[in-house]
Design a binder for this molecule. Structure first.
Ligand SMILES: [Zn+2]
Length: 103
């Protein structure tokens, strides 16, 4: 028989995460992943941080004007990531630099 691996007392700790904004402890299922690298596609060797829902919602109050539209226009979920990112950057740059007439 394999010897039982000594489990730490707080055995369900890996299911609990801490919100990086308010320090609240919550179930990982209830938390929102926050990836400070902003790249949720490459998960290798990364530790995700978590936000509780209220904090996540607050984070998203910034600069959301037209974000959905921009994402859709850039082909989010319909193109591969590289294409999407390039198109997204183009669109965002267009918005911010309307004075410059490069096109
Ligand atoms: Zn929080």
């Amino acid at each position: 028989m394999t010897p039982a691996i000594s489990t730490p007392r707080r055995g369900d700790d890996d299911r609990r995460v801490t919100c990086i904004a308010c320090g609240e402890t919550l179930d990982r299922d209830d938390a929102r992943e926050y990836d400070k690298h902003g790249d949720r596609w490459s998960r290798e060797g990364k530790a995700f941080e978590y936000l509780c829902k209220p904090c996540h919602r607050e984070c998203c109050h910034q600069n959301r004007d037209g974000l959905e539209e921009t994402l859709i226009a850039a082909g989010a979920g319909r193109t591969d990531r590289k294409t999407f990112l390039r198109q997204f950057c183009d669109l965002v740059a267009e918005d911010g630099d309307s004075n410059r007439t490069e096109r």
